[in-house]
Design a protein around this ligand. Structure first.
Ligand SMILES: [Cu+2]
Length: 160
């Protein structure tokens, strides 16, 4: 009896947590990375996003020209410019860590890192009818096994 209560509590908690997470993560977001007042740093230089989100490299009126180039060429804002507006969307399956640099100022520490976390599954529905389905499934499974056994036995008898 105590075990049943614990199981029920766990199931309820799991359902409640899932319901809280879903609405937020479904919305794609855009994170803006710009250049700070020192002219030699990305701001922010480290961001954590979720698959489906977009990173927008955006600056204008800079004293120096900058760009943003990913270490493996995943994204590249092009030639360094004093005004840049370049966006890159991290699709599903792109979770991982992405290092990028401003090519003219990499040696001065103008580097950054984007961490992309996996998106949750597209369809998450609490299996409310599981408790009712399971006995039915096992019952029909047992009946099927009995039928197959019966068919097998009668066929053997028929052949022999
Ligand atoms: Cu730069």
């Amino acid at each position: 009896m105590r075990t049943l209560l614990v199981l029920l509590t766990v199931a309820l908690l799991a359902g409640g947590v899932q319901g809280d997470i879903d609405p937020q993560t479904d919305e794609p977001e855009t994170v803006v990375i710009t250049v700070d007042s020192t002219n030699l740093r990305f701001s922010p230089s480290q961001v954590t996003i979720t698959e489906g989100d977009t990173v927008r490299f955006f600056w204008s009126g800079q004293a120096l020209p900058h760009n943003a180039v990913e270490a493996n060429g995943v994204f590249d804002s092009g030639e360094p410019e004093r005004a840049v507006d370049y966006s890159y969307t991290f699709e599903r399956g792109s979770n991982g860590t992405y290092d990028f640099v401003c090519e003219p100022h990499e040696s001065m520490g103008m580097v950054g890192q984007i961490t992309v976390e996996p998106a949750p599954p597209l369809v998450v529905e609490a299996p409310e009818t599981e408790a009712e389905d399971t006995p039915f499934l096992s019952t029909s499974g047992t009946l099927l096994s009995l039928f197959l056994a019966w068919a097998f036995v009668s066929r053997r008898q028929g052949n022999g």
